[in-house]
Design a binder for this molecule. Structure first.
Ligand code: NCD
Length: 306
């Protein structure tokens, strides 16, 4: 049985196929509208979410399937002390596939080792968020027409931002990728990303503090929120939270065809005045997230649509 813990669970060829499938779904949604009839997805969310949980549910509903689940640890048996491992064993009796979000790194992996159904990691602490990465890859490929030969700027909380860690590890497999890592000193990427992912793969990258310095070079700017819930104290968060604010004036420094992505939710890091700029692609990104999750569900369930 296949699970999805990290974007690296799929080869580049498999990812290409999944992205092609998602594009076909985008253009021919009715072809897929009964593909998962009789199937159910369980969404087990121990951490807040709007997009990820609802886009999994929308994805399954679009495929003709059904959804069940919970949206907070308090409303599940976790509040009574049940382990994730026991919960997934139980859920395996109710559903055909599960998406799990949990504040602890590795929680989805633990679930996958005892699960009777495919498990999708919908975010594990500050570690990985593979389905956001699939969404990001689809967005970049759709807008830029390719996934290689791009200069990608990642800006904000690169330390705790799990979407950043997953996206970097996925993109290093495409030729000609260069990164500009834009963050305050305290929120730089973790050592394992710098050493084991970037340096090990000989990927060109620079680490800078000022967004203005990086902007003119970028093909893609990936903005992120400072991850309040992963800070050890409120004071540090308050000091960091408005470190970057992308506004109209800064957008003037960027290339005409740069695209701005953000996994959302946004707090202050992108001013709303940027939303009307044609280079702002973060709401399109949300739509791609539904298509790629449909493609992922079909792939993990082994459902073929001719
Ligand atoms: C992200 C997450 O949960 O890591 N949100 C999402 O799933 N789109 C980003 C974030 O919360 O900042």
């Amino acid at each position: 049985m296949r699970h999805c813990m990290s974007p690296l669970d799929f080869s580049v060829e498999e990812l290409d196929q999944m992205l092609d499938l998602a594009v076909d779904i985008e253009h021919n949604p009715e072809k897929y509208s009964h593909a998962c009839e009789g199937k159910k997805i369980a969404t087990l969310f121990y951490e807040p979410s709007t997009r990820t949980r609802l886009s999994f549910e929308a994805a399954m509903l679009n495929l003709g399937g059904k959804v069940l689940g919970f949206s907070s640890a308090q409303s599940s048996s976790a509040a009574k002390g049940e382990s994730v491992a026991d919960t997934i064993r139980v859920i395996s009796c109710f559903a055909d596939i599960a998406a799990i979000r949990h504040p602890k790194e590795g929680a989805a992996y633990v679930a996958s080792t005892v699960s009777g159904i495919p498990v999708i990691n919908a975010g594990d602490g500050g570690h990985q968020h593979p389905t956001q990465t699939l969404t990001d890859l689809m967005t970049i490929r759709s807008i830029k027409g390719k996934l290689g030969k791009l200069t990608i700027g990642l800006c904000g909380d690169l330390k705790f931002g799990r979407t950043v860690h997953s996206l970097i590890s996925a993109l290093v497999r495409y030729p000609g990728i260069r990164f500009v890592l834009i963050s305050p000193e305290e929120l730089r990427v973790p050592d394992y990303v710098r050493d084991d992912v970037l340096r090990k793969n000989n990927i060109p990258f620079e680490e800078v503090i000022r967004l203005e310095d990086a902007l003119p070079d970028l093909d893609v700017l990936y903005m992120t929120r400072v991850q309040k819930e992963r800070f050890f104290n409120e004071e540090d968060y308050v000091r960091m939270k408005d470190f970057y604010i992308l506004d109209k004036a800064k957008m003037e420094l960027a290339k005409e065809d740069m695209c701005v992505l953000h996994p959302l939710p946004r707090v202050n890091e992108i001013s709303v005045e940027v939303d009307s700029d044609p280079r702002a692609c973060y709401f399109r990104q949300v739509q791609y997230g539904v298509y790629i999750r449909m493609a992922l569900i079909l792939t993990l369930l082994g459902v073929k649509v001719c």
